[in-house]
Write a protein that binds this ligand. Structure first.
Ligand SMILES: Cc1cc2nc3c(=O)[nH]c(=O)nc-3n(C[C@H](O)[C@H](O)[C@H](O)COP(=O)(O)O)c2cc1C
Length: 413
């Protein structure tokens, strides 16, 4: 065979000169993006994202809980195309997927919250901005207009809670997500070990990391200083928790919990329902009884979540709550699930069990850390492709059909 014939048979991929794009091109699933992020991000930052509370039992159980279900596909259903469109909280979505709130996102990459919101907008998916964001409510709304949701930590300072809610409303956020599992922050063992502080304190270990991950630090030093953007100018700033052992002037991430009101109760939900004109969601490991109570108070949706295992360790995996909560609240209350979603097949499992949509946290942060904003696009692309293929191989042609078939497509773990 002549060289020209071989060339026609074997097409060489053009060499990618941009390092981030090259990294992303080499990743084919979320696990590879995680590994790629670990290679380029300083250990304390990677561990902040990748780690969880105490012995990290919840985090491990979350992923296992999705994966222990087995599919029972339908045979010979003759499907040409899979329709992944769905409706969530009165909005049409191309995919039953929401980007969950994550604090300190600019610490992972300067593209930060705005970059993630732009990626969400490109894919027409909702993006949830965290109370503890490093880009303000207003700046994110100016940078991108996906379906914007705002996640609220109810503050010790009642006036500040009202102000945050009013600002989110004024800036066009449509859904308020009230997190109910963070009255105090969980004990993040890896952060404590790494001495992770905001702003990052240059300990010897951190300096060691600067040397081995220069690209990260060059990016960070060229971008604006990281701050708790929603509190700038409010006179409130997260203070170090007593006994947190943080350096003077710096706050361990765990210490930020000192701002949150530990006495949050159902009365706060009643007050927020009265104040917030849009859709209201409660985010936490909500039981069937609590879900019923929330629905009675006019809550529109429940985001079943154990914070990715970052709060109470040994909390039930949220995917195991879906059936009970759906049975309790009926079809009219939206049920979302997060904590452990790493594959499009996880979304299919959740929907077959009765959820309306899934949310992702770490998955998009791994993409962001590995390759900035295009990394978030990559994550959404991977999950979309996996979800479509799963439905096709299951023999269902749409999200509606998947949800109608439900448990028929799953065998008990
Ligand atoms: C780095 C990081 C920061 C987070 N910050 C917040 C936050 O500020 N508010 C919140 O309600 N949840 C927060 N979460 C939890 C996520 O919203 C979501 O529940 C969790 O990431 C889902 O689990 P997964 O990472 O396994 O997908 C955070 C999660 C991570 C990984």
């Amino acid at each position: 065979m002549r060289a020209s014939e071989i060339r026609r048979l074997i097409q060489l991929k053009p060499v990618e000169l941009d390092a981030a794009r090259r990294r992303l091109a080499a990743c084919h699933d979320i696990h590879e993006l995680r590994k790629s992020a670990r290679r380029v991000i300083p250990r304390p930052v990677f561990d902040y994202v990748d780690g969880a509370a105490d012995e990290e039992l919840s985090m491990a159980a979350n992923e296992r809980a999705f994966r222990r279900w087995r599919f029972q596909p339908r045979a010979l259903t003759g499907i040409n195309e899979v329709d992944t469109a769905t409706r969530l909280l009165d909005r049409d979505l191309p995919l039953p997927l929401v980007l969950a709130p994550t604090g300190y996102t600019r610490m992972m990459h300067p593209a930060g919250e705005s970059g993630v919101a732009r990626a969400a907008q490109r894919h027409r998916l909702p993006y949830t901005l965290s109370t503890m964001s490093t880009t303000s409510i207003e700046d994110v709304a100016a940078a991108a207009q996906p379906d914007l949701w705002f996640q609220l930590y109810i503050q010790n300072d009642e006036g500040l809670t009202k102000e945050l809610v009013n600002r989110a409303d004024a800036a066009g956020y449509r859904v308020l997500v009230v997190t109910v599992d963070t009255f105090v922050t969980g004990h993040r063992t890896r952060d404590e070990r790494n001495g992770l502080t905001i702003p990052p304190a240059l300990t010897m270990a951190t300096i060691g990391n600067i040397a081995i991950k220069p690209a990260y630090w060059i990016r960070m030093l060229r971008s604006e200083a990281i701050d708790f953007a929603n509190f700038t100018g409010t006179g409130s700033r997260p203070g170090a928790a007593p006994g947190s052992g943080s350096a003077a002037g710096a706050t361990t991430i765990e210490g930020t919990g000192s701002m949150f009101n530990p006495n949050v109760s159902w009365d706060d939900i009643v007050a927020l329902r009265a104040r917030w004109p849009g859709k209201l969601i409660i985010k936490g490991p909500v039981s069937a009884a609590d879900a019923t109570r929330a629905a009675e108070l006019g809550v529109d949706g429940l985001q079943l979540s154990n914070h990715g295992g970052r709060q109470l360790d040994r909390t039930v995996p949220p995917v195991d709550l879906i059936t009970r909560v759906r049975d309790a609240v009926g079809p009219d209350v939206a049920v979302l699930v997060d904590s452990g979603v790493r594959h499009g097949a996880d979304i299919a499992v959740a929907l077959a069990l009765g959820a309306d949509a899934c949310a992702i946290g770490r998955a998009y942060l791994y993409g962001l850390m590995a390759g900035g904003e295009p990394g978030v696009d990559k994550v959404i692309g991977i999950l979309t492709g996996q979800f479509i293929r799963t439905l096709h191989l299951l023999g269902v042609s749409s999200v509606a059909e998947l949800r109608a078939a439900g448990r028929e497509l799953l065998t008990a773990p």
